[in-house]
Structures are given as C-alpha cells and as structure tokens.
Design a protein around this ligand. Sequence first.
Ligand code: HEC
Ligand code: HEC
Ligand code: HEC
Ligand code: HEC
Ligand code: HEC
Ligand code: HEC
Ligand code: HEC
Ligand code: HEC
Ligand code: HEC
Ligand code: HEC
Ligand code: HEC
Length: 412
Amino acid sequence: MGDNARYGPGFIVSIAVMLLVVALPARGDDSACFECHGSLEKVRDAASAMELALDDARMARLVAAPMAEGTSHAGMACVDCHAGAEEVPHPAGLAAQNPCAACHDDAMAAINQSAHRDPAGGTTPRASCWSCHGSHDVRPAKDAASHLSPSHVAGQCLACHDNRDYLEGEHGHALQIGGLDFAASCVSCHGGHDIQPHGADNSRVARRTVSKTCGTCHGRVEQAYLKSVHGAALSDSNNPDVPTCVDCHAAHKTASARSVRFRLDSPQMCGHCHANKQMMAKYGISTAVLETYVADFHGTTTELFRATSPDQPLNQAVCYDCHGFHDVESTRTMGVEQVKDRLLVRCQVCHPKATKTFLRAWTSHYVPSPDRYPLIYYVRLFYVWVIPSTVGFFLAYIALDVWGRRRHRRVS
Ligand code: HEC
Ligand code: HEC
Ligand code: HEC
Ligand code: HEC
Ligand code: HEC
Ligand code: HEC
Ligand code: HEC
Ligand code: HEC
Ligand code: HEC
Ligand code: HEC
Ligand code: HEC
C-alpha cells in the first residue's frame, strides 16, 4: 500500500519513457517504432506532434506491424533494414537505400549481371529487391504464400511489364485458373536474378536456347524438334530463318495446340515462311507449297472452314498431317520411295484403304506441266480451252440463230 503512495502515476510514466529511450538502440526491440508506426491513429498522432502535414495515403503506408511468423525475417529488428531510424525525426534517405544488399550481397551481384541491373553498378537495380520479393512479408520463393510462387509471380512482373497476353495463353490459364503449379510462369522461362533481354546470347529465351528452356518441361518435344530439319539447322548453324518453339506457339499467348483454330490457322503459319520467296530462295525450296496446298481438295476445304466456320472441327489434312510438326524432315534428302512409304502411312490415318496407287491420284505440291503429271496437265488444258470455246461457240450460234430468225421474219 505504502509503495504505491510513494510512486504516483506521473512517476511511472516518466520511468516508462526513460526505459523506452534507453531501449531504442537495442536491436530486436521494435516497440519504440510501434509507438509511432503501430496503427494509423499512432501515425496521425506522431505526425501532428512533429508538426508534419502528411496526406492520408502517406499515413496509411507508414503503418507497420511485426513481421509475421513464418516469413523469412521474422524476429529481425526493424533497424536491421532501416538503419538510422532510431533517430527521430528520421534522417533523410531512409527509403532510398537498399537494405537487402548488405546481407544478400551475392543476390545483389547476380542482379547486377541481369537486365534489371543498376546502370551505375550500385545497389539500386531497375527492379528493386522488394518489387519482386515484397518488403515485410518476404518468404522463400518456394513457399506458396510468397510473392514469387508460380501463381503470384505474374502479378509482380506485370506491375512493370506489359505482357498481360500471357494470362490468356495456355500457361497463364493453367496457373492462374487451373491451379497447375508446374505450368510455365514468367520465372520458369525468363529466370529470376539472371533475366536477360531476349537478344542476349545468355538469355534463356534467346532463339538458340529457348527450345532448351521449354524442354525442361516438354522434354520429348524438344528432343524431336532438335532432330528435325528445323531444329538441326538452328543448333548446327544458328540458322536465323527456321522456326523455334515460339514461332509456332507464341511466347506468351500460347494457344492450345489441339484447338480447332490452331489447326485451321496452321497452313498460314507454315506458309508465313514457306511462301516467302526471298527466304526460301536461300535454300532452293519451292514456294508453291502453300498455293498448291490451298488449290487442292484438302486445302480448299481448310480455307473455306477458316473463313466461314472457324470453330468447326476439320477432318482435312493440313501441312503437318503429311510432314509432321516437331519431327519435320527434308523430303529432298529422303528419296522418293521413302517419302512415299512415310506418306502412305499418314494418308491411311484418314484414308484407311489407301495404297501406293492412291498416292498417284494426288499431284503433291507440283503444278502439273508437260513434264510432271502430263495427263492432268493436258486434261486441264483441255478444259481451259475446250470449255470456253464450246460455250463461246454456242453463244455465237444462238446469236446468229436469233439474228437469222428476225431477219427472216422481217423479210417475210
Ligand atoms: C516519434 C515517432 C516515431 C518513431 C519512434 C519512429 N518513427 Fe519512423 N517515422 C515517423 C514519422 C512521422 C515518419 C514520416 C516522416 C516523413 O514523412 O517526413 C516516419 C517515417 C519512417 C519511415 C519512412 C521513411 C521515408 O523516408 O519514407 C521508416 C522506414 C520508418 N519511419 C521506420 C521507423 C523505424 C524502424 C522506427 C523504430 C526504430 C521508427 N520509424 C520510429 C515517426 C516515428
Ligand atoms: C528485411 C528488411 C526490412 C525490415 C526488417 C523492416 N523493413 Fe520496413 N521496409 C523495408 C523496405 C524494403 C521498405 C520499402 C517498401 C516499399 O518501398 O514498397 C520498407 C518500408 C517501410 C515503411 C514505409 C515507408 C514508405 O515510405 O512507404 C515503414 C514505416 C517501415 N518499413 C517500418 C518498418 C518497421 C516499423 C519495421 C520493424 C517492425 C520494419 N520496417 C522492418 C524493409 C524492411
Ligand atoms: C540483416 C540481414 C538481412 C537483411 C537486411 C535482409 N535479409 Fe533476407 N535473409 C536474412 C537471413 C539471415 C535469412 C534467413 C536465411 C535462411 O533461412 O537460410 C534471410 C532470408 C531471405 C530470403 C529467403 C531465403 C530462403 O532461402 O529461405 C529472401 C528471399 C530474402 N531474405 C530476401 C531479402 C530481401 C528482399 C531483403 C530486403 C528487403 C532482405 N532479405 C534483407 C538476412 C537478411
Ligand atoms: C525480378 C525479380 C527479382 C528481383 C528484382 C530480385 N529477386 Fe531475389 N529471387 C527472385 C526469384 C524468382 C527467386 C527464386 C529463385 C529463382 O528462381 O531464381 C529469387 C531468389 C532469391 C533468394 C534465394 C531464396 C529463395 O527465395 O529461393 C534470395 C536470398 C533473394 N532472391 C534475394 C534478393 C535480393 C537481396 C534482391 C535485390 C538485390 C533480389 N532478390 C532481387 C526474383 C527476384
Ligand atoms: C519495378 C519494375 C520491374 C519489375 C517488378 C520487373 N521488371 Fe523486368 N524490367 C524492368 C526494367 C526497368 C527493365 C529494363 C528495360 C529496358 O532496358 O528498357 C526490365 C527488363 C526486363 C527484361 C529484359 C527486356 C528488356 O527490354 O530489356 C525482361 C525479360 C524482364 N525485365 C522480365 C521481368 C520478369 C520476368 C519479372 C518478374 C519476375 C520482372 N521483369 C520484374 C522493370 C521491372
Ligand atoms: C513459356 C515461356 C514464357 C513465359 C511463361 C513468359 N515469357 Fe516472356 N518471353 C518469352 C520469350 C521466348 C520471349 C522472347 C521474345 C519473343 O519471342 O516474343 C519473351 C519476351 C519477353 C519480354 C521482352 C524481352 C525483350 O528482350 O524484349 C518481356 C519483358 C517478357 N517476356 C516478360 C514476361 C513476363 C512479365 C511474363 C509473365 C507474365 C513472361 N514474360 C512469361 C517466353 C516466356
Ligand atoms: C514448325 C512449327 C512448330 C515448332 C517449331 C514447334 N511446334 Fe509444337 N506443335 C506444332 C503443331 C502443329 C502442334 C499440334 C499437333 C497436334 O495437332 O496435336 C504442336 C504441338 C505441341 C504441343 C502439344 C502436345 C503435342 O505434342 O501434341 C506442345 C506441348 C508443343 N507443341 C511444344 C513445343 C515445343 C516445346 C517446341 C520447341 C522445342 C515446339 N513445340 C516446336 C508446331 C510446332
Ligand atoms: C515449367 C514448365 C513449363 C515450361 C518451361 C513450358 N511449359 Fe508449356 N506447358 C506446361 C504445362 C504444365 C502445360 C499444360 C497446361 C494445360 O494444358 O493446362 C503446358 C502447355 C503447353 C502447350 C499447350 C499444349 C496443348 O496440349 O495444347 C504448348 C503449345 C506449350 N506448353 C508450349 C510451350 C513452349 C513453346 C514453351 C517454351 C517457350 C513452354 N511450353 C514452356 C509446362 C511448361
Ligand atoms: C497431303 C500431304 C501433304 C500436305 C497436306 C502438304 N505437303 Fe508438303 N510435301 C508433301 C510431299 C509428298 C512432298 C514431297 C514432294 C516430292 O518431292 O515429290 C512435300 C514437299 C514439301 C516441301 C519441300 C519442297 C521442295 O522444294 O522440295 C515443303 C517445304 C513442303 N512440302 C511444305 C508444305 C507446307 C508448308 C504445307 C502446307 C501449306 C504442305 N507442305 C502440305 C506432302 C504434303
Ligand atoms: C519461321 C519460318 C518457318 C516456319 C514457320 C516453318 N518453316 Fe519449314 N523451313 C524453314 C526453313 C528456313 C527451312 C530450310 C532449312 C534448311 O534447309 O536448313 C525449312 C525446311 C522445311 C522442310 C524441308 C524441305 C526440304 O525438303 O528440304 C519442310 C518439309 C518444312 N520446312 C515444312 C514445314 C512445315 C510443315 C511447317 C509448319 C508446321 C514449317 N515448315 C514451318 C522455315 C520455316
Ligand atoms: C487428316 C485427314 C487426312 C489426311 C491425313 C489425308 N487426307 Fe486426303 N482427304 C481427307 C478428307 C476429309 C477428304 C475429303 C473426302 C471427301 O470429301 O469425300 C480428302 C480427300 C482426298 C482426295 C480426293 C479424292 C477423295 O477420295 O475424295 C485425295 C486424292 C486425297 N485426299 C489424297 C490424300 C493423300 C495422297 C494423302 C496423304 C499424302 C491424304 N489425302 C491425307 C482427309 C485427309
């Protein structure tokens, strides 16, 4: 009883304030910070006590809570990242410095080798550590709640990069909506600390390396592709014209390869290069392949579907039914008999009764001429000349007849 009389409320408060001031510099005790940063109310009081005019948004940002259990830095002192904050009013530049670099210098060094480097080689990269990892809620990237987990990471990157079409592609869809965490995120294709512009040789998405990047998940596709006429030309001689995975599938808005539309559009996709005279001249490859395809029975129907009912499944052969897609081979080096054997198997998928004779019913990509498919050439020639002449003859005949009858009537 007597003790309480000796130490009144005023005395207790002054002791508490003294303790607070003594405790401030001690690492690990953040309570002093929360006196002013613990709630919006406290921020407001501190600002008015310090005669600072802060707007509401700024005050809301100044609210801070102890770091949650399970985050990487839980238990770390505020001043470990905010050195100098013990001083009140705080010294200028508290927010400008990069506090992460001091403890994670290897990460900082790696970032400075990437597209996000600090142009001056310092500790303020173009994408700050916390723009990817967060600041007060850092977790290991593998943690599902981390800002960098497969389903969250796009949100971080898209805050600065305009690649929203990724969200409409198969991968974005699978991750964001399907919950398929092993589909490709921005990081699985581009990397994290080692992101490079795609023109750089060491980029994971450079022409020459992108198939390997895709191949980490689509391994067998990559193997087939590397052996194909396209893939081999890329890996052997860094050929700039052959397609990589993303020329056929797009980098971000990757469409389902099994969709009707993808199939219907595919002749134009192959034709984009194979009807390009300048490009194909380099390899001595015929550019008639697209027009001859479009002119024959399979292609005519395909083009008709594409124009009129693009969502209706197509049963006609497209380029890759005959040539394959990841395993496209050179028909020129294969030899006629081998081409026919391979081809027949492929025709039989849709024409089960087809034999080698059936193959002859088809003019391949050749425009019939007196040397190749002469019969068809002359039959066509016959039609080209005989039908118009026959029709013309009849018209002339009718005209003459009408004229003759009129004259006859007048005379009589
Ligand atoms: C006496 C009240 C008070 C205490 C104690 C206090 N702060 Fe602050 N702090 C403020 C105010 C007010 C601002 C806003 C200053 C401004 O905008 O000019 C601020 C700003 C900050 C900022 C933002 C700096 C910037 O430039 O954007 C950080 C970070 C910060 N405080 C951290 C801390 C930490 C860590 C502690 C504990 C070691 C702490 N503060 C203790 C009042 C306080
Ligand atoms: C691991 C490092 C780290 C620790 C530990 C840390 N902070 Fe921060 N804090 C940051 C970073 C980085 C930012 C900047 C975030 C941004 O700009 O979006 C920040 C921002 C702030 C801000 C807002 C400043 C502004 O201008 O938006 C306040 C206030 C703050 N911290 C207070 C604290 C307090 C109080 C603690 C202790 C509980 C603490 N911080 C612990 C890294 C840290
Ligand atoms: C005072 C030193 C220190 C500072 C400053 C610091 N960290 Fe850390 N960080 C650590 C320690 C220690 C760990 C725990 C390492 C472990 O568990 O292996 C850690 C863990 C991490 C992890 C998780 C690593 C893992 O494998 O679990 C990430 C990510 C991380 N820090 C990023 C940051 C970022 C971003 C900043 C700046 C906002 C930052 N750190 C500031 C010391 C620090
Ligand atoms: C462009 C986004 C980005 C930036 C900027 C970035 N990181 Fe990372 N960081 C990642 C990703 C993604 C990972 C996960 C590993 C991986 O896939 O590369 C990672 C991994 C880490 C790890 C290893 C622990 C873990 O979570 O697996 C630490 C530590 C780390 N980063 C610290 C930093 C620091 C410090 C900075 C700033 C110098 C920084 N990071 C900047 C994206 C980033
Ligand atoms: C804070 C903003 C910011 C964030 C977050 C960010 N970046 Fe960047 N990124 C940049 C800037 C700025 C450049 C440099 C652009 C330039 O040089 O024109 C860049 C460059 C790049 C480049 C090279 C392209 C080029 O034009 O040079 C790629 C690829 C890239 N970032 C991917 C990512 C990915 C993936 C993520 C998420 C893991 C990410 N970025 C997060 C700002 C950001
Ligand atoms: C399936 C792999 C893949 C995914 C997932 C992916 N990208 Fe890309 N990205 C690429 C490829 C390949 C390129 C190269 C350019 C091209 O071929 O269109 C590229 C190009 C870029 C560029 C331009 C780079 C430059 O040097 O000009 C940026 C920026 C970029 N991507 C950001 C992102 C962001 C942000 C995400 C996530 C929202 C993302 N990417 C997801 C494969 C991918
Ligand atoms: C010349 C164009 C072309 C190239 C290059 C190409 N693809 Fe394909 N890809 C296709 C076509 C056409 C299909 C559709 C096959 C079908 O109807 O099932 C396909 C199908 C796919 C599928 C669906 C699964 C399957 O096998 O049917 C995946 C996954 C795929 N490709 C990934 C890749 C990857 C990874 C690469 C690079 C290593 C690549 N593609 C290179 C044209 C291409
Ligand atoms: C991290 C693993 C991963 C990487 C890297 C990756 N993919 Fe995929 N990809 C997937 C998964 C998983 C799916 C299945 C998504 C679904 O269908 O829901 C998929 C689906 C696809 C499809 C659609 C297949 C279909 O059946 O229609 C294509 C095409 C494709 N990926 C191409 C690529 C290309 C091209 C690259 C490289 C630029 C690439 N992928 C990189 C995991 C990956
Ligand atoms: C019905 C099967 C079939 C279809 C559909 C088909 N091709 Fe062919 N293609 C062949 C055959 C057979 C050959 C070999 C012709 C020969 O040398 O006798 C060939 C040859 C080629 C050649 C080599 C030309 C040369 O100069 O040697 C290219 C390139 C080609 N096709 C591309 C395409 C493209 C692009 C499409 C779609 C627009 C397509 N093909 C559609 C069966 C087909
Ligand atoms: C980005 C351009 C591009 C696209 C898209 C493309 N190709 Fe090619 N293709 C080439 C080039 C260039 C060569 C020549 C490679 C060489 O000979 O080194 C080639 C070679 C070929 C050959 C071998 C010709 C021969 O007999 O030697 C065939 C067959 C072929 N492509 C079919 C296709 C088919 C089918 C598609 C669509 C599924 C397709 N290509 C898409 C560029 C392309
Ligand atoms: C993806 C399925 C598919 C493949 C593969 C295919 N065709 Fe066809 N083909 C069709 C369809 C569908 C028709 C139209 C049938 C009809 O209207 O009666 C057709 C029609 C034809 C016709 C017209 C005569 C007829 O029977 O109606 C010939 C000739 C023909 N195909 C040759 C070939 C040859 C040669 C191959 C192999 C190089 C081949 N086709 C591969 C689907 C295919």
